[in-house]
Design a protein around this ligand. Sequence first.
Ligand SMILES: C[S@@+](CC[C@H](N)C(=O)[O-])C[C@H]1O[C@@H](n2cnc3c(N)ncnc32)[C@H](O)[C@@H]1O
Length: 278
Amino acid sequence: MMTTLTDKEFELFKHLIYQQVGITLDVPKKTLLVSRLGKRLRELNLSSYQAYYDCVSGKGGEDELMKLLDLVSTNKTDFFREPGHFDFLRDQILPEVKSTRTLRIWSSASSSGEEPYTIAMTLSDAIADIKRWDIKILASDISTRVLAKAASGIYEEERVSQLPKDLVQRHFLCGKGAQAGKLQVRPQIAGLVAFRRINLMDPTFPIRSPLDVIFCRNVMIYFDRPTQGRLMEKFFRYLRPGGYLFIGHSESLQWIDHQFTYLRPTIYQKPVSVKSEA
Ligand SMILES: C[S@@+](CC[C@H](N)C(=O)[O-])C[C@H]1O[C@@H](n2cnc3c(N)ncnc32)[C@H](O)[C@@H]1O
């Protein structure tokens, strides 16, 4: 039997999702919610969306809530997606930090790991004496499912089919036997990245030293303007003066209040004259 998602139930889910992860579901997303949640209802043998809502919002519903958040969020990503940011990192930022040989980077919506591993590969290729550097790339996401995939560092071969062959050979190990057709990020790349679950809606983040760079790409697009504004205030606090913020190609800070200096589309800088509060 087809179960209908009533307007009232849609509003309940919309509010819960906004409260938990800041994602705004507009009315056209109702169809998406129905198609994604319908399957879950059948798996759990529940007869209504209200019953599912009671399950995720009630006591002990944390695990199912995580599954719901996974169902509504989009994890699309790629190695070397929007490559201009990695060129900027190599050509502009690296020379600036060369004297300290220290780099702190946060990939704040890292999805299944392609973005932070691309950062690590870029640095590894650009820094000849990388073993003498102190580099930490923090990669985080709200979704434990994508974080587990990211931490494994294992990808289908087709995920890297567009990358230069020599780059793939340098940075990936080829799977054999049961792992044939898969590649694993080499330990020297994986060792630069630490994964953890962080919700960008949290008032503070578990980050101690001021950051040189924050990647926050292709997630703000799901947040409303007040939420984006609050996030920019937090990022501003955690960056060192002169630190950089990269956002996604379809995102902009144009309509929100912020203190960053605009450098070029999708690249912003915290002014050098501001003291870090992190
Ligand atoms: C489209 S992916 C972007 C991946 C990568 N940054 C890129 O540009 O290729 C968006 C990611 O944001 C994550 N996300 C959504 N809401 C979040 C939140 N409140 N806190 C942390 N991550 C969130 C999703 O789980 C998803 O993996």
